[in-house]
Design a protein around this ligand. Sequence first.
Ligand code: HEC
Ligand code: HEC
Length: 344
Amino acid sequence: MNPVRIALLAALTACGGAEPAPAEAPKPAETTTKAPSAPTAISNAAKVFGAGIAAATVTDAERPLLDLGRALYFDPRLSKDDTISCNSCHQLDRYGVDGEPTSPGVGGKRGGRNSPTSLNAFAHIAQFWDGRAPDVEAQAKGPVLNPGEMAMPSEAAVEKKLKGVKGYVDLFAKAFPGETQPITYDNMAKAIGAFERKLTTPSKFDRYLGGQADALSADEVKGMETFVATGCTACHSGPLLGGQTYMKLGMVEPYETNDLGRYEVTKNDAHKYVFKVPSLRNVAQTGPYFHDGTVATLDDAVAKMAKHQLGKQLSDTDRAAIITFLGALTGQVDATYTAKPTLP
Ligand code: HEC
Ligand code: HEC
């Protein structure tokens, strides 16, 4: 694991609640199947999910870079015909997605994969369903030149376009003080990446992990227990309930797809149909689901996961319980931070 990511994860696991998670609670002495006490249940959960994620903070020194990144994120002029921005496919007022199975780019062309949410993405092990970009800065260089997305012809063409906008000359100069030629393709990606690194969405689940037992309803706690008992946490664990490992889709029962996943990146046969395990933060809001966007409902996504990844058929009650828990992972980013700015 690279040091930057360890630091990020540490920041992410840092508890945002007032109370720290209770340390190792003593094991209850009785051997009955009685439900654990609230502090024990929280402590058990924190072993699997960490102590919760905290809202991002912004310092004054960071503001010029973030303001630039926000403008670029929302600016359709980063596309060939001035119609498509990052926000077209990763809409910040729609939990970082567009609700489409696959997304229309310039000229209405669609790629073969579903747009994952940009929220919390910076903290993943790598970017894209197959992990082909190491971080959000590297990722941001892809879509602008991708013919199926923003379709700009070259890095030089992007730089020229940005230099032609007076407001960007000022914003880049402020964001990269001391650089003689601040408008570069790399700096564009750095600014967008910096903006994305604040898209953290704490929820009531984090208040629960932080020690506030009543932050979750009894049904949500029951759903969490079902999620753990079913074995979902074999892959969806940690502060983002995923985002940290690559796993085969169709672990137990093969899943029909033409997408070879991580194999496309590594050409290693063992990586066929392997995908980055998605984070389940905000998942109730980010359908349709799976890398190809073919799964319309969360209910179906949960049923398919149980079947293909664990070889289990879940009862209606268990699926409903898990979905109730997943709803508790819906969080918020600061609405002012993510509001569409006046473009330069
Ligand atoms: C036309 C729609 C479209 C546009 C425009 C677009 N994206 Fe994406 N984005 C996607 C799709 C589809 C994927 C997944 C592709 C894959 O995995 O191969 C993706 C993946 C990502 C990811 C990875 C998330 C994860 O969980 O791995 C991030 C972050 C992201 N995009 C940010 C951006 C930024 C920043 C911009 C603007 C510079 C942008 N996107 C423009 C559709 C789009
Ligand atoms: C063996 C690892 C593994 C297990 C176990 C597992 N998952 Fe997944 N999960 C994945 C992978 C990999 C994907 C991505 C699938 C794809 O790329 O199409 C995924 C995708 C999902 C999605 C869709 C997310 C999205 O944004 O499209 C949901 C919801 C989900 N899992 C929930 C669950 C639940 C609930 C369980 C337990 C019943 C579970 N998973 C068990 C690996 C796993």
